[in-house]
Design a binder for this molecule. Structure first.
Ligand code: FE2
Length: 368
């Protein structure tokens, strides 16, 4: 049963879009289409009357990405790119009432970014308001019930995309933030206070440490479980943790990874690998005792080992997951591909194997 709305509810329906500010949106769009199987559905730029930027709207399943680059040297997007490289700018949520969500958020202490604005064209109306979050990241509240066009007013439809071939990605499972040492609790409190999220889980450095990396993580979720945001901070590691490496490369806090859900991870990862998406190498020994550790799974262990897919079990079931290498030259944003078979966790049993793999990559970059 769905609980009735209360004054505390911002009435978030889920993710609306993830907007990336990138150096070259035209080429990034090509990568996400041919590599990850996204379909180009909308565009805005000089040809459509937008003078200062170009944006490409990509969709796969329920996932929507918007890739935007600035077109002049002193543009805020270009400056953002100089600091952070290709990075997530906006984690936008769909809401039933953008004015209400914005007013409630401000009332609870959110820093305003953009007051509610009505965008209109022949396809209808979209109302958008935004608040500031960690680093330069913002959260937009997007009300689009009255809109039938592609993405939002100002964008033109792209009828068909001859180079996209779907990879079976269906939805955003979770979005992970890296924040500075000592600031995880503050940002967890932000989501609890401002967006009425609930703490789901907490991992400390006892759970998550290797020779080099120690981190703490707290997972926040909206009541319905549609939006899950783990927040990581580096703990004092022996050397240079992967979170510290990220914070340097990104000139501060930001989105570390996006987990994209599939219901057939073997097929999805096979496709992604065949298109040149590279994943962290899992040591072959990981599979030696995997079956003993997690018990029976529906997938073939030979397939999982060949593709490098990790498995973890919790009280409710198991999950399969794999992590890409960073998708730009800076060691910042990467992707997780995840299939849940009952499990609601985040694969804590895999963290050690995973982090050791990340550290081998860090060492190759000379950052360890
Ligand atoms: Fe994750």
């Amino acid at each position: 049963m769905v609980a009735p709305a209360t004054d505390r509810d911002l009435l978030l329906h889920g993710y609306d879009a993830i907007e990336f500010w990138v150096g070259n949106a035209k080429q990034a769009a090509h990568y996400y289409r041919t590599g990850f199987g996204f379909r180009l559905i909308g565009y805005a730029g000089p040809e459509t009357g937008v003078r200062d930027r170009a944006s490409y709207v990509l969709e796969q399943g329920q996932i929507r990405f918007v890739l935007t680059s600035g077109l002049t040297p002193d543009h805020e997007i270009v400056r953002h790119h100089a600091l952070r490289g290709d990075a997530v700018r906006n984690v936008a949520f769909q809401v039933s009432d953008a004015e209400r969500a914005y007013a409630l958020a401000l009332d609870r202490g959110a820093a305003p970014w953009e007051a509610p604005t009505l965008h209109e064209d022949e396809h209808g109306q979209v109302r958008i308001a935004s608040i500031a979050a960690f680093g330069d990241t913002i959260h937009s509240f997007v009300e689009r019930d009255a809109y039938a066009g592609p993405y939002r007013p100002g964008f033109v439809s792209v009828a068909d995309d001859p180079i996209s071939d779907p990879a079976g990605l269906q939805a955003i499972d979770h979005v992970v933030a890296n924040v500075e040492e000592g600031r995880m609790e503050e940002w967890a409190a932000f989501y609890e206070r401002i967006l009425a999220f609930e703490p789901l889980r907490h991992f400390d450095d006892e759970d998550i440490s290797t020779e080099y990396t120690a981190l703490m993580s707290k997972v926040l979720s909206d009541g319905a479980g549609r939006i899950k945001i783990p927040i990581n901070e580096p703990a004092q590691g022996r050397k240079r943790s992967q979170i510290a490496e990220y914070l340097d490369a990104n000139s501060g806090p930001g989105i570390q990874h996006l987990a994209l859900a599939t219901d057939d991870i073997v097929a999805t990862v096979s496709r992604l690998r065949s298109r040149g998406i590279s994943f962290l190498e899992v040591p072959a020994e990981y599979y030696d005792d995997a079956e003993e550790r997690v018990g029976h799974v529906h997938e073939s262990w030979a397939d999982l080992a060949e593709l490098g897919i990790l498995v973890d079990r919790d009280e409710e079931g198991y999950l399969l997951q794999i992590f890409t290498e960073p998708v730009q030259d800076r060691p910042t944003v990467f992707y997780e591909i995840i299939q849940r078979r009952g499990a609601t966790g985040f694969g804590v049993g895999n963290f050690r194997a995973l982090f050791e793999a990340i550290e081998r990559a860090q060492a190759r970059r000379g950052n360890l």
